[in-house]
Write a protein that binds this ligand. Structure first.
Ligand SMILES: [Mg+2]
Length: 428
């Protein structure tokens, strides 16, 4: 029985994902509410891989907590190798020459890519041919920015060029390789730095390409990272994951559901906007879950406690009860923000990040693609957009845009109305 081990190359700094990677290691940035590494770990479990080496560098403590949580499940074992200075992709192999000793082959995965690739099928393809290596390939929309492979009719890689000015194909290196154990040992013994630069050129003519026709994304930049959030919702939709799920209306709190007060900190300051109770009642009667999503940086700043927030929200529930209605959930972020620009995702779980919406969708079985986001600020609209809500409504009853223009890519989904009652008329 063949044993496959894996190396997850996960130590990238993620500089182009700042400010998110200032406090989250790149390999743990959430996608649709789950850490990026989770998607690879799930694939490795399905492929029957039991032993995985993972390198760490930036914010290693957070990765260690994640590793412990995975190991506690017992499906596979993740073993950390900490690199105080980055060794390079080939350098990580060189530091572990014995890793292949009791394996048939080693899967090497650049964990900062994101894909639903079927690793079982990749390994099955590798077992069907005689060459010592297989490279996963994807169809690149921008071949000039990728490592491009040229294949013969047996799918053997007969040419490979990094960022070619005249690409011969659109088949790009996806950063996933299968190496036979012997080949792994030879590569480790070379003690070179980079797989792409120092190793791949030597494998031309000895390696096959396996083309993945499904989803693939390099989570290299802030923009591609945010695009991936919406793309995951699209695969969920195609896979029928929202069947039987309710649509939601995600409501911002201050300036949308309750009147805007500067630093609301006492229950006595809570007051539903005119028509607010009736609005929630109508939405719920029409089958929408009503979910409050609110940024609560005063908690992170130490100005109020979570217990204070519960008291504030209890008053909100009392006022809604007077209209014989309620909310289906309240989700809030607690981080204190450093960045004034309301369009920048600093924390995934803080609007304009989509984290609160994904969490609610997961816990309450909500269909994001039929949901609406209603808020008084640009950060509300963006949170709804990143979570793939179908429509976004800006109400004029709160802070407003504060001089920020709604970006053109939001225009097809955006509406602007006077207040929550008008938003409900639009939704219904
Ligand atoms: Mg607001």
């Amino acid at each position: 029985m063949s044993c496959t081990k894996a190396i997850l190359l996960a130590a990238g700094l993620g500089t182009r994902l700042r400010p998110l990677t200032d406090h989250t290691p790149k390999c743990l940035v959430p996608i649709a509410g789950r850490p990026l590494l989770d998607y690879w770990v799930e694939q490795l479990v399905v492929a029957g891989v039991k032993e995985v080496l993972i390198n760490t560098h930036h914010l290693p403590e957070a990765v260690r907590v994640y590793i412990e949580s995975i190991n506690a499940r017992g499906q596979l074992q993740l073993r950390e190798t900490y690199e105080p200075e980055l060794l390079g992709s080939a350098g990580t192999l060189a530091a572990h020459p014995q890793f292949a000793d009791d394996a048939e082959e080693i899967l090497i995965i650049y964990a900062d890519n994101f894909s639903n690739v079927n690793l079982c099928d990749l390994l099955a393809y590798h077992h069907r041919h005689e060459d010592p290596a297989t490279m996963l390939l994807f169809h690149a929309p921008n071949p000039r920015a990728c490592g491009i492979a040229e294949l013969d009719e047996q799918q053997r890689i007969i040419g490979f060029q990094e960022k070619p000015s005249q690409p011969t194909s659109d088949l790009a290196n996806a950063g996933v390789y299968v190496f036979e154990a012997d080949l792994y040992r030879q590569i480790a013994a070379k003690r070179v730095f980079d797989l792409g630069f120092d190793v791949l050129p030597t494998l031309v003519g000895k390696m096959r390409g396996w083309i993945w026709e499904g989803y693939y994304r390099d989570i290299g930049t802030y923009d591609t990272y945010l695009a991936a959030q919406r793309e995951v919702v699209e695969w969920w939709q195609r896979a029928g994951r929202f069947q039987g799920c309710r649509p939601a209306v995600f409501l911002d709190r201050d300036g949308t559901l309750i009147e805007s007060v500067h630093y609301l900190s006492r229950p006595a300051q809570v007051k539903l906007v005119p028509g607010g109770g009736e609005a929630v009642k109508q939405l719920r009667a029409a089958g929408f879950a009503c979910i409050l999503v609110t940024n609560q940086s005063p908690i992170g700043q130490g100005l109020i406690t979570e217990a204070d927030l519960v008291k504030i929200h209890n008053v909100l529930f009392e006022q809604l009860a007077q209209h014989e209605t309620t909310l289906d959930g309240i989700y809030y972020s607690t981080q204190a923000t450093q960045i004034k620009d309301r369009t920048v995702v600093e924390f995934y779980d803080r609007k304009p990040g989509p984290g609160l919406l994904f969490q609610a969708a997961q816990e309450l079985q909500l269909d994001l693609t039929r949901s609406w986001m209603v808020g008084d600020m640009i950060s509300d609209l963006l949170a709804g957009y990143h979570a793939h809500c179908q429509e976004l409504i800006l109400v004029d009853s709160g802070k407003g845009l504060e001089g920020v223009a709604i970006p053109p890519y939001l225009h097809p989904f955006s509406h602007q109305v006077s207040d929550l009652s008008a938003a409900v008329s639009l939704i219904l």
